[in-house]
Design a protein around this ligand. Structure first.
Ligand code: G3P
Ligand code: CA
Length: 269
């Protein structure tokens, strides 16, 4: 027999630099994207949220306190949520110093700035729509920006990885994933973050990827997702043993803060 279907794109395990090369540079900044490229990454993952005035920026947490100096710059605010600040206000913030003084002054990037840099560096983009319950309709705003950046929509043309796409989109909110998918050419992969129960995989086979935490899956789960016709891109694996285990399970992508370590493991496997 032919056996279970393999990944649709090819045999490689996709390397994905989580929030940029966030082991070496402040997450979700242009510096982290630059370092990812220097380390040889093919793809970077970042988190996208929307400001009070409708602009799209890279930020992981719902509020700005962990990764910026927002409490120093705006000591009297009741809320530090991304969606309660305008882009102009957010651009006053330092998103680098918390990680290391050499990154002082690193700004919170806009989605467009991130896209410009990724295109220049020939990087693929795993875009996470973050905290989408706080940003109703954000997938539509994101799609408008991506359609103005057609380099990312070119099918099967990830630099260095023939057959792989330059853009994939994921969200923990699976309704938003389904809604986003309608806004792009069919080839743009869409991923369900989290673990889809095995007995529900067929119901979600309209998606392209299931992207779970590596601690919640095993080889049988990866095989079940493949049998449902989807890929598995798993997060966030930072140690060699964990990376090798996921490769042995047959995952299609690994999301890591240390993309250099992953590339070494992939080279040896
Ligand atoms: O790419 C998947 C991963 O980024 C999801 O978790 O919390 O790092 O956004 P989180
Ligand atoms: Ca993320």
């Amino acid at each position: 027999t032919a056996g279970p279907p393999g990944p649709p794109h090819g045999p490689d395990v996709l390397d994905v630099a989580h929030r940029g090369a966030s082991g070496y540079a402040p997450e979700n900044t242009l510096a982290a994207i630059e370092v990812a490229a220097e380390l040889g990454a093919s793809t970077v993952e970042t988190d996208v949220q929307r400001t009070a005035d409708g602009e799209l920026v890279f930020m992981h947490d719902v509020d700005l306190t962990r990764t910026t100096n927002v409490e120093e710059v705006y000591p009297d605010r009741d809320s530090y949520a991304v969606g309660d600040f305008t882009l102009a206000e957010i651009r006053e913030l330092d998103a680098g110093s918390w990680f290391g003084e050499e990154f002082e002054g690193e700004p919170v990037p806009t989605l467009q700035e991130g896209l410009d840099l990724m295109k220049k560096l020939r990087l693929g983009f795993l875009l996470e729509i973050k905290a989408s319950a706080n940003h109703p309709g954000i997938e539509v705003d994101i799609a408008e920006v991506l359609h103005r950046n057609p380099w990312f929509l070119s099918p099967g043309s990830l630099p260095g990885k023939p057959g792989y796409d330059r853009l994939a989109i994921q969200d923990f909110n699976w309704e938003v994933v389904e809604s986003s998918r309608e806004l792009y050419p069919r080839h743009v992969p869409h991923g369900l973050l989290g673990v889809v129960p095995v007995d529900e995989l067929e119901d979600y086979s309209w998606a392209d990827q299931v992207n779970p935490n590596h601690n919640r899956i095993d080889g049988d789960y990866v095989q079940a997702v493949h049998e449902a016709g989807m890929e598995v891109h798993t997060y966030t694996i930072n140690d060699r043993e964990g990376m090798q285990r996921a490769i042995d399970w047959g995952v299609d992508g690994i999301i890591t803060d240390y993309v250099d370590v992953l590339l070494e493991v992939l080279d040896g496997s």
